[in-house]
Every structure is written in C-alpha cells, then in structure tokens.
Design a protein around this ligand. Structure first.
Ligand code: 8YV
Length: 328
C-alpha cells in the first residue's frame, strides 16, 4: 500500500514538525488536544489503524491486541522503553513493534547526572529556602551536603544510557562500577575505567550512589527489592531515571523515611502519575515528573525515528528499530 494511504493513528500530541511531516507522508490521525486515550479509545484505534504510534502512557496489552483489526501491522512506539506494550503477543499476531533508541540517550543521561548532583548537594532544598525568603546569611556549618567527587557510582544497566551516565560521572570524579546482564567490551570498560560486578548484591553493598538505567522487563521488575535496598549503606543515594517498576517504591520510601538511606533522586515512579505520598514529604528526595528525555530536540528526533520506522515498513522493508521479544 502506498505510504500516503497508510492510516497512522498517533495517540498523543507530538511536536509540530513531526506531526506536519506525518501528515505529508501518511494518512495520519493526530491527537491535537493531547487527551490521553482511554482503554476503549485505544481498542477503537487499533481497529482502524494500519500503524499505531503510542507512547509510554498507552497500555497496549493482550486485551487491546486481541481486539486489533486485521489491518494493524505495526506499532511504532514513540519512546525507547516498550514495557507498556505486550511485544510477545503483538509479534505472535504478526504485528511488528519498533521503538526510538539512541536519540534520547544524552538527554536522559543529563537528567541522571543532574539528580546525582542535586541530591547529595541539596540543590532543591537550597532553592526552596531562597524561595521561602529563609536565607539569612552564610554560615560554615549550614546546608552541608556530601561531596560527589571520589565516590563510587554503581550503574545498574550499562546500555547506551548507562554508558552515557558513566562518561559524565567519570568527568565529575566518580568511580564507575556497573552491573549488567552482559559485561561490556574491554574497550568500553577501559574508557570508563569501569568495574564490572556480575553479582548485583555484591555491588550494592559497596556503592555510595546507585543509578538505575536498565529497562523494565519481567526480569527487572523490583530488581531493587526491599531485600536488595537493605544491602545499601545508610549513607547511599539512589537515582532512577529508567522505570519506577525496577524499584520497590514503598520499600524505598519506608527506608528513606526511617533514615536507612541518605536520599533519592527519582524521575520515574511505579504507578505514574501517582507518587508514594511519603516520598513527597522528604527533604532528601528530589522528584521529577518523568522528564528525562523531555527536550524539544529529543522529541523531534524521536518523531523522526518513528517516521523512518513507518516509512521503511511502508516501503516493504524491515524497520530499523524493530523490537524482538528475545531482546527483552
Ligand atoms: C519518553 C521514556 O518520554 O523513551 C522512554 O522510554 O521513558 C521517556 O523518556 C516516553 O517513553 C515516551 O513514550
């Protein structure tokens, strides 16, 4: 079918240049007022679409897929993570799934680094003091945080984003440690001066800061369980810019409340947009509203990748960013 006749249903508002190009290339149905789709609206969308372009906020589970129309052949996710999609079922039903890896690596690593600095250096607490007109003058023992340089950073998930975090952190004088399903190449380890731990438990008990940078899959759900969180030293900080589900959020909140951990910087949550209310009350916790990849440039690049995936598919080729269940 010519690309122009391809019914592409986009579930959320995307940046104007992306939407305009989609309209030029495809029979694109846009969501200009950005109202999130209800489960019923999603079912209706998969019934009329040739291609669905969802985001992290759309749950494309087995139930939705079982009601998909014959025409649906591609789910071109606008995002790197695909944990909102039942990829296995989609592929079994002959529906290809693609994502947008690579283009949000630097932006997400920047936000991770911002949290790695913000929590130990108490940046948000400082901002709040100034905003509340409570800055009454400098004192040598006031607002003391902890030095970042020289500390050990344990990165969980040494893919593109994990490596980009490591590169930044190394420049800030942190010592890089990591746990990953597979050890990275000797060349990357040497560049980052990184120490590999095949045992996550052993790494955790030795780190000053831990950063979660792995995808959420059945294997990483609650990877930082309450048992594993308890392995961290009480002066350790936890940063998560990947997916909330990788950490047992209630256990983390409980430990932070009791002072069993020094602090946390979180951009993602287990039940977004809901956040454990305990976390919001703690001064040593910095919370962001899932904005790791939220730059205009990043969003446009993500849109470009979605378009390339759809266009290649429409031209009868395998789209470049296919997600294969074995990868998950
Ligand atoms: C995106 C993300 O904004 O790409 C991802 O996996 O977590 C976010 O940074 C979101 O997924 C868009 O669907």
């Amino acid at each position: 079918m010519p690309a122009r006749h391809l019914k592409v249903v986009v579930t959320r508002k995307l940046p104007d240049p992306v939407e305009t190009r989609m309209r030029e290339l495809f029979d694109a149905e846009l969501n200009v007022d950005d109202t999130p789709m209800s489960p019923e609206a999603l079912v209706a969308a998969v019934q009329r679409a040739d291609v669905l372009v969802p985001t992290v906020t759309d749950r494309i589970d087995g139930r939705v897929l079982s009601r998909a129309g014959e025409k649906l052949r591609l789910i071109a996710q606008f995002g790197a993570g695909v944990d909102n999609i039942d990829v296995q079922t989609a592929v079994q039903r002959g529906i290809a799934v693609t994502n947008t890896p690579g283009v949000l690596t630097d932006d997400t690593a920047d936000i991770t680094m911002a949290l790695i600095l913000a929590v130990p250096r108490r940046i948000v607490e400082g901002v709040k003091i100034v905003e509340a007109d409570k800055f009454e003058g400098w004192s040598p023992t006031w607002m003391l945080g902890r030095r970042v340089s020289g500390k050990r950073l344990g990165i969980i998930g040494m893919g593109r984003i994990g490596q980009a975090v490591a590169r930044r952190a190394k420049a800030f004088g942190l010592q890089i440690h990591y746990h990953n399903r597979r050890r990275v190449s000797a060349h990357v380890e040497a560049e980052l001066d990184a120490t590999y731990w095949d045992s996550l438990d052993q790494m955790l008990s030795r780190m000053d800061i831990v950063s979660v940078n792995c995808p959420h899959t059945p294997a990483t759900y609650h990877l930082l369980s309450s048992r594993r969180l308890a392995l961290l030293k009480p002066h350790a900080y936890v940063v998560n810019t990947a997916r909330g589900e990788v950490i047992d959020e209630s256990a983390l909140a409980r430990m932070l409340e009791k002072g069993e951990l020094a602090g946390a910087g979180l951009d993602v949550f287990e039940n977004e947009p809901a956040i454990n209310p305990k976390l919001k009350k703690l001064a040593n916790v910095v919370l962001l509203p899932h904005m790791g990849s939220a730059t205009l440039e990043g969003r446009i690049d993500m849109g470009e990748k979605v378009i390339m995936n759809i266009k290649t598919f429409a031209d009868g080729h395998k789209p470049p960013d296919r997600v294969i269940p074995a990868m998950l």
